[in-house]
Design a binder for this molecule. Structure first.
Ligand SMILES: [Zn+2]
Length: 313
């Protein structure tokens, strides 16, 4: 029996109306969920951004995040707006016995939101949790060996495609405070998140216009090759040699240098600086050149740094 014969035999006109009503209702429900959820999310974010950051959290931001004190007041205000959303949406979990404090939440949120100060913020859509260890941590399966001779690797941070990002608090705190110029493990891991937004970690985050990919590939490809040659030749570089691992690590490490040693990068790697300035839509070299716009506990220097800490992740 064909489906048409079956239909004509067993279905009355009343049945047809009920079936059509069912599918119309189903279609309307799908449309309502598809359109309604992003609208509700956007509405919630707008409300959060209108609420000022509590004064105690703003004091932490001023004390802990050195570059914040150099930003223009309009950018400081924007950063605080973005942080309100980030702190509301992301879960922080202490690992290795660490208890999460406001200092940790504020410092990490500031580093994360620094990367989306201008343009349309996406708030790391696939990221739900930030796992924080007190120090760099060991994971199984790496190149080193533990006491029992098992393979293990010491990591400063990790970024996963879906769900989680891992950080070592002592490094985040020191680097955000300007006490380890040129480095920023939190900036590094959040840059990986941006890179992964299009589904692949290849050193090219979503850039918009096709023409931008051409110049991005040309400039970052040449700089990546230059860094590999420097590492192989045993020469120091402003950009951490860990960036020579692959293009994804190069983008993450270049992001650290862009925000932590912007004047040096602008002088030594002007084309790379311009690419990153175009992508992040901010000019940190200008912030540093202008001097601090707010008083804080410590200064942020801008000098060439020889790296010594473990770099995996
Ligand atoms: Zn990395």
């Amino acid at each position: 029996m064909s489906w048409l014969t079956f239909w004509n035999t067993f279905c009355t006109p009343g049945d047809v109306v009920e079936v059509l009503l069912f599918f119309a209702f189903l279609f309307a429900a799908i449309i309502a969920v598809t359109i309604g959820r992003p609208i509700l999310l956007q509405r919630r974010r707008e409300l959060l951004m209108r609420q000022p950051l509590p004064p105690e959290l703003e004091r932490i931001l001023m004390d802990k995040v050195a570059i914040y004190r150099h930003m223009q007041p309009s950018l400081q205000a924007r950063l605080k707006q973005l942080m309100s959303v980030f702190l509301d949406e992301k879960r922080f979990e202490g690992c290795g016995g660490l208890e999460i404090t406001d200092e940790m939440r504020v410092t990490i949120a500031a580093e994360a939101c620094m990367l989306m100060l201008n343009g349309e913020p996406h708030f790391y859509p696939t990221l739900t949790s930030i796992l924080v260890y007190p120090h760099p941590y060991a994971v199984d399966g790496g190149a080193g060996e533990d006491e029992e001779g098992e393979d293990e690797e010491i990591r400063a941070g990790e970024s996963w495609l879906r769900g989680e990002l891992v950080l070592s608090w002592d490094l985040v705190e020191r680097e955000a405070g300007g006490r380890h110029a040129g480095r920023g493990v939190a900036l590094h891991e959040f840059a990986h998140q941006l890179d992964q937004e299009d589904g692949s970690a290849d050193g090219a985050p979503p850039l918009g216009l096709p023409s931008r990919y051409t110049s991005w590939a040309r400039v970052l490809g040449a700089e990546f090759s230059g860094l590999k040659e420097a590492v192989e030749g045993g020469r120091d570089s402003l950009i951490d040699g860990y960036g020579a691992t692959d293009p994804a690590e190069f983008f993450a490490v270049a992001t650290e240098t862009f925000f932590r040693s912007p004047i040096g990068m602008k002088r030594k790697h002007p084309a790379l600086y311009e690419q990153l300035r175009g992508y992040y839509k901010v000019d940190p070299a200008e912030w540093i050149s202008a001097g601090p716009t707010s008083e804080g506990a410590a200064g942020n220097d801008d000098r060439l740094v020889i790296r010594s800490l473990p770099r995996v992740g």
